[in-house]
Design a binder for this molecule. Structure first.
Ligand code: PHE
Ligand code: ZN
Ligand code: ZN
Ligand code: ZN
Length: 301
């Protein structure tokens, strides 16, 4: 057991992993680290303060671990237009993380293998990224983006993210890159709406319903959009509860979480809808390929 750390979340932003540092009440000598909201909630010592109701959670860090991003580039394609196709490789400590996020990493690994097998000649370079330490607050992707030079940042054309593709009580969620899902929805960097369209057009053409989902930075695309890079991706649902309307459209059970084993020990190999993973995995492959071989460009840059 070692030092304590302070984790701070803004009230009313449940589910976000943004770490707001230097805010009210953080003891100055303690490091500020990120963690999932659920983990933070589970901790004792929540302190409420002030009119802005900032909550401070403290945690004891008992171990320091080194972790890695694993990156693999296509041999072909313009390196000045690199599409980063990412999925996080880590899980929470509570469980094996097969849906979160074995499903996304398996999907992008399969896409990489298929592109090699088919001897695809890319127009744009594809960089497959297996991120580390997403569950500790997007640390791997954050580290990656933070350490790019301005030149290197300018070479990143787009980011695709696949985090949870096989939820047992799934919905076909597409990241809402153009912010049209509600009044309050933020718009992503220019190009994000076009990426959203690649996914929704794919599903529309197959008469497969989709639902736009918050583009709020709750996975590894967060650091990319914060740096102004267009992004998009798919999601089959986590702790959220399936509505009656969604159950009518997608089947499954209303009133039950999309993934009842989210961040639990039961997120094992039995916690995968192979139907969901097949459908969302194929769409992930489609979008990766379209963006890799497109000769027209996806958006004005
Ligand atoms: N990033 C979350 C996790 O790994 C899952 C998630 C993905 C939530 C996409 C919302 C949107 O636990
Ligand atoms: Zn998770
Ligand atoms: Zn995840
Ligand atoms: Zn949208």
């Amino acid at each position: 057991a070692g030092a304590s750390a302070v984790i701070i979340f803004n009230e009313g932003q449940e589910g976000r992993q943004d770490v707001v540092s230097g805010t009210l009440g953080a003891p100055a000598d303690l490091p500020v680290v990120g963690m999932s909201y659920a983990d933070a909630q589970a901790l004792n010592g929540a302190v409420e303060q002030g009119p802005t109701t900032v909550r401070v959670f403290t945690e004891t860090i008992s171990e320091v671990r080194e972790t890695y991003n694993v990156l693999a580039d296509s041999r072909t394609g313009d390196p000045e237009k690199t599409i980063v196709v990412g999925a996080h490789l880590d899980s929470v400590a509570e469980g094996p993380g097969i849906n979160d996020n074995g499903s996304g990493t398996a999907a992008i690994l399969e896409i990489a293998e298929e592109m090699a097998e088919l001897n695809i000649k890319n127009k744009q370079r594809v960089r497959f990224a297996f991120w580390g330490a997403e569950e500790k607050g997007l640390l791997g992707a954050e580290h990656y983006v933070e350490h790019l030079t301005d030149d290197q940042l300018g070479d990143i054309y787009a980011n695709l993210n696949f985090d949870m593709l096989g939820s047992p009580n799934y919905v076909r969620f597409v990241y809402d890159g153009n912010g049209d899902s509600s009044e309050a929805a933020p718009e992503g960097p220019p190009g994000s709406g076009e990426i959203e369209d690649i996914f929704t057009n794919y599903f529309d053409a197959r008469d497969m319903a989709t639902v736009p989902t918050d583009f709020d930075g709750r996975s590894d695309y967060g650091p990319f959009i914060a740096a102004g890079i267009p992004a998009g991706g798919l999601f089959s649902g986590a702790e959220g509860i399936k509505t009656v309307e969604q159950a009518e459209v997608f089947g499954g059970e209303a009133g039950v979480a999309y993934d009842p084993c989210y961040h639990e020990a039961c997120d094992d190999i039995t916690n995968i809808s192979t139907k969901a993973l097949g459908e969302l995995g194929d769409a992930a492959a489609h979008a990766t390929m379209v963006m890799a071989v497109s000769r027209t460009g996806l958006y004005e840059d």
